[in-house]
Design a binder for this molecule. Structure first.
Ligand SMILES: Cc1cc2nc3c(=O)[nH]c(=O)nc-3n(C[C@H](O)[C@H](O)[C@H](O)COP(=O)(O)OP(=O)(O)OC[C@H]3O[C@@H](n4cnc5c(N)ncnc54)[C@H](O)[C@@H]3O)c2cc1C
Length: 387
């Protein structure tokens, strides 16, 4: 293959996965990250079977299985701890070929970084402008020592929710909107065995996921106006979830206040008409920011990366055709996952009308486990392209 060079904007899980996928197919990659150091802000992640398969395709499945926790049987409870729906983990493995994985975000980020040549990663590099011509694309960025311009065969916009690349190439697009919920999350030391499970109260959800090495990730989500902040976020979580079922009070008691993160949830209410402009492709949250209700945002970003690497396998000369294939393979699936995630949030975490809430819970209790599993498998049952 001729020297094929890709510039990746953003070193989140999506950007690093894209860089690795291209690197494994023989591309030279330059990753530009505006933060002064390479790190992943955030606590834990649930990676569904599709994401685990995509990580397998990047050669990182074994390391991340060792660094995380294959999720134990769980399901959905009410705030008093009564099970509404249980997941049969062995049946899930039988159907999907792998468990889901609970893992610390920092572990995923570090594992991706370590698989890339250190010389490809550039921090304090804030991209300001991206332009695509027929044969080359150009990226202008501010580096630690002043402005730079790079020319490349391919540019990947993996710059997250507030993507500058998206705004520049699709200037008419309205951008992300508030989904109606705020979240708190933390990764803590908690060695007692806990099932990966979620619990629902009216307009509220609490989730817990073991992430290996005696650590656990919890989150709380609540219907709320946007932009809220509390002087003590842990106290705010205790106020809303502190009287929920065990072990939630114990998890909150084991949480140091300074590890609690708070984020409002945003998504693209208007899906993008394309993920591609010329030699520029969007990926991950830059392309399809979604609500976290199906635990699929990072999973979709990693899938994007694997597919991008596969379609670009023959190098720089085929980029326009490769990106057309990328758009066709990725946009319908990721946008339908985003839509399903939003709907799952409306009927799950966000449901607060007492009658609708009670009816939903009864319906869940009456739904056979295999039907619940089938609806989960619908999005988790994905395989990387062959070859
Ligand atoms: C509360 C919550 C819980 C979630 N839980 C899960 C889950 O359990 N499972 C799951 O799969 N997903 C989950 N997600 C979604 C997941 O976190 C995201 O989908 C995923 O992290 C997106 O990765 P990304 O690389 O596309 O974007 P980001 O992680 O946002 O990375 C973008 C990077 O680009 C950099 N950047 C931005 N602008 C520029 C610029 N101009 N120049 C250079 N660099 C730039 C940023 O600094 C950042 O490092 C959750 C999300 C939230 C909010």
């Amino acid at each position: 293959m001729v020297d094929s060079h890709a510039v990746v904007v953003g070193a989140g899980i999506g950007g690093l996965s894209a860089a690795l996928a291209l690197h494994r197919h023989g591309w030279r990659v330059t990753v530009l990250e505006r933060a002064p150091d390479m790190r992943e802000v955030g606590a834990g992640l649930s990676l569904m079977a599709n994401a685990v398969r995509a990580l397998d395709a990047l050669g990182l499945g074994p390391a991340l299985r060792r660094g995380g926790h294959g999720e134990a049987p769980g399901g959905i409870r009410n705030r008093h701890g009564r099970w509404l729906s249980r997941v049969d983990a062995s049946e899930m493995v039988r159907q999907l070929g792998t468990t889901a994985l609970g893992v610390h975000r920092a572990t995923v980020h570090r594992t991706l970084r370590e698989a890339l040549p250190a010389s490809s990663l550039h921090t304090s590099a804030a991209v300001e402008h991206v332009e695509s011509g027929p044969d080359r694309a150009e990226v202008r960025y501010q580096g630690p020592d002043g402005p730079h311009t790079l020319s490349a065969d391919l540019v990947v916009g993996a710059d997250g929710l507030r993507s500058r690349v998206r705004a520049q190439l699709w200037p008419q697009h309205p951008g992300p909107v508030y989904a109606g919920s705020t979240t708190w999350r933390a990764a803590i030391a908690f060695a007692d065995p806990v099932p990966a499970a979620i619990s629902w109260g009216p307009g509220a959800e609490f989730g817990m996921v073991p992430i290996g090495d005696g650590q656990l990730y919890w989150y709380g989500a609540l219907n709320a106006p946007p932009g809220g902040h509390a002087p003590d976020e842990l106290a705010a979580v205790r106020e809303r979830f502190g009287d929920w079922h065990d072990p939630i009070p114990a998890l909150l008691a084991a949480t140091p206040p300074d590890v609690v993160l708070r984020n409002d949830i945003h998504y693209l209410a208007v899906p993008l008409p394309s993920y591609v402009r010329g030699r520029v492709a969007l990926l991950g949250d830059a392309a399809h920011p979604m609500t976290p209700n199906l635990g699929q945002g990072a999973g979709q970003a990693i899938e994007d990366a694997v597919v991008l690497g596969a379609v670009c396998a023959s190098g720089a000369e085929e980029v326009p055709a490769a990106l057309a294939a990328y758009d066709e393979l990725r946009r319908p699936r990721s946008q339908s996952v985003a839509r399903a995630s939003y709907v799952a949030g409306r009927f799950g975490q966000q449901l607060h009308n007492p009658i609708a809430f009670a009816m939903r819970n009864i319906a869940l209790r009456l739904t056979p486990g295999r039907v619940a599993l089938r609806s989960m498998a619908r999005y988790a049952d994905w395989r990387p392209p062959a070859g």
